[in-house]
Design a protein around this ligand. Structure first.
Ligand SMILES: CC(=O)N[C@H]1[C@@H](OP(=O)(O)O)O[C@H](CO)[C@@H](O)[C@@H]1O
Ligand SMILES: [Mg+2]
Length: 565
């Protein structure tokens, strides 16, 4: 008998898992030695070379998650978003289209890292016991993937995991991440009072396009330039434009889907946010005054921008999008004439520009909370408002309507024609917004509608407030776990001396703010600083980076020369 067979025979499981099928499949996808995976903010993410065993195991976990949720559909999305083309990632989507419940994350990590079939099955057994999963229940999984060359092989691995669990599956093919989230929720709510829409990709386009047509008031001059990052967003945008009729004028660029080496390369939302400049491929294409926007590689992030008459680039990031939407919604709600108007609130992270926070709180008197980085934290905090607007500065975000708010709107009886018009608008806005997750395409339509209603061009929108100059630096350290934070990652608890240095430096700069936190997705520590001028923001960031580098146990002789000490 082989070692594996012996190990399997001596297993004492508490749950009736299909051991033979799981072990056989696991042997086909042996876990490479020396690679540790961790289920974090963005699910699992890694170089695609080592990724098939992880995706196979995620298939099994997703099936168990479905069994745990009375056989509701669970979603699985294979994508590495804005990361390089050779990376890939996988994440699990819960029945309402939300991110996987946090309590499952450490179990996913353990299952992914189990070195052999016996320990893999034992880890699954622990999960089943912990969450009282009835293995005999049916399971259903809907999945999709992005345009990366590694996807077909990863999909095969996923399918093997699902087949081992005898899962009913729907393969949605190459789709955006938000489309997969939509599908998951729509499949699970079909025919119920919470019906989210027709559970199909045409259903998604119909829902968005019909809401947009109900909202749009006047013909726009010129066309919106959309940088699709050479990713799946290009496919979705082309399909959506078919539904939007000629009234929506858009020019798509960076649409070379499936061409090797171009995905997210020198384009896309992450490029724009990190470089704070126009992608080279848009130079000479975007005209002064014209609005442009960039999606990321899986179309869940959105960045807007324009060139002024001197051809100077201005970025309208997640904070500006959030300010526009929140400011608009708070006024809209007032115009509906509710007896008890829903409370509109905003959720941000420490990366939100200081002046955006000031604008929301002081100018707009909006309640605002700051949470840790990562969409799941923002999403949960936004659920506490009647209408919760959440965006990360990098352009990922959406609007949530609580069930009380939806009920309130459904029952509302407008007393005047104005109230009636505005209530109709609000209902259409709910359809236009993909509340399951940040959706670049839905957010883009929402921004366009609001600008249309307010008669704003890009410059008018930009002038809501002026961004404080800022700089983000990624610092390599020996062990990022040595850096620990508190108050939604805005302060370090360890190393305490480094935090004291941050405090003393920041105090020297007008409008200065800075913080240091370990990345949740990369092996690095991020340093952020803002101040009244570009020079000061950069200088502050470079001081904090220099100190972080040294505190991180790195060799001072190798310290990058822009870092200051
Ligand atoms: C500064 C920054 O942009 N951080 C990003 C990045 O997280 P880090 O934990 O900073 O690596 O990736 C996350 C997942 O995509 C995203 O939610 C977050 O906003
Ligand atoms: Mg993304």
């Amino acid at each position: 008998m082989s070692n594996t067979a012996q190990a399997l025979k001596s297993l004492q499981l508490r749950n009736n898992l299909p051991i033979a099928a799981l072990a056989a499949a696991c042997e086909q996808y042996p876990k490479p030695e020396g690679h540790l995976y961790s289920y974090g903010t963005a699910g699992f993410r890694s170089h695609s070379k080592w990724f098939e065993p992880v995706v196979f195991r995620v298939g099994v976990i997703a099936a168990l998650r479905s069994k745990r949720h009375s056989s509701k559909f669970i979603g699985v999305m294979i994508t590495a978003s804005h990361n390089p083309e050779d990376d890939n990632g996988v994440k699990i989507v819960d029945p309402r289209g939300e991110m996987l419940q946090t309590e499952w994350e450490p179990y996913c990590t353990k299952i992914a890292n189990a070195p052999d079939p016996a320990s893999f099955i034992t880890a699954l057994d622990d999960l089943c016991t912990k969450f009282k999963i009835d293995v005999s229940k049916r399971s259903k999984v809907v999945y999709a993937y992005d345009t990366r060359p590694s996807c077909p092989a990863l999909v095969k691995a996923l399918q093997l995991g699902l087949a081992a669990m005898e899962t009913e599956t729907i393969n949605e093919g190459v789709r955006t991440t938000p489309q997969l989230h939509y599908m998951t929720r729509a499949l699970n709510t079909q025919g119920t009072k919470d019906d989210y829409g027709e559970p199909s990709i045409p259903g998604y386009y119909k829902k968005l396009s019909s809401a947009w047509k109900r909202l749009i008031r006047r013909r726009e001059e010129g066309s919106l330039l959309i940088d699709c990052a050479n990713g799946v967003g290009a496919i979705a945008m082309k399909e959506l434009l078919e539904y939007l009729s000629d009234d929506f004028k858009a020019t798509l660029v960076n649409t070379d889907v499936f061409v090797p080496g171009v995905l997210n390369n020198m384009c896309g939302a992450d490029y724009v946010k990190t470089k704070q400049e126009l992608p080279p491929s848009l130079k000479g294409v975007l005209k002064a005054g014209q609005r442009g926007c960039s999606l990321d590689g899986d179309a869940d992030r959105l960045m807007y921008y324009y060139l002024d008459e001197k051809n100077i680039f201005h970025m309208l990031d997640g904070d500006k999008i959030s300010a526009l939407i929140a400011g608009y919604l708070v006024e809209k709600v007032k115009l509906c004439g509710f007896k008890e108007p829903p409370r509109v609130g905003v959720v941000q992270t420490a990366y939100a520009n200081g002046n955006s926070t000031k604008y929301m709180q002081k100018t707009k008197a909006l309640p605002l909370v700051c949470v840790s980085t990562g969409v799941k934290h923002l999403h949960h905090a936004a659920e506490k408002f009647g209408i919760g607007v959440y965006f990360e500065a990098n352009g990922h975000g959406t609007v949530l309507f609580s069930s009380d708010t939806l009920e309130n709107i459904r029952k509302h009886e407008p007393q005047t024609p104005t109230q009636d018009d505005n209530t109709k608008d609000l209902k259409a806005l709910i359809d236009l917004i993909n509340s399951t997750v940040g959706d670049a395409i839905s957010d883009m339509l929402l921004v366009e509608v609001i600008l249309n209603h307010l008669r704003y061009d890009a410059r008018a929108w930009d002038s809501l407030y002026t961004d404080l100059p800022n700089k983000l630096v990624k610092v390599n350290v020996k062990n990022r776990a040595d850096f620990q934070t508190e108050v939604a990652e805005r302060r370090l608890t360890h190393p305490a001396e480094l935090q004291r240095f941050v405090d003393s430096q920041v105090a020297k700069y007008p409008d200065g703010r800075g913080f240091i936190r370990p990345s949740g997705t990369e092996d690095a520590v991020r340093v952020y600083a803002e101040a009244a001028s570009k020079f000061e923001a950069e200088q502050l960031a470079n001081y904090l980076a220099g100190w972080t580098y040294d505190f991180g146990g790195m060799d001072p002789a190798q310290r990058p020369k822009e870092y200051l000490r």
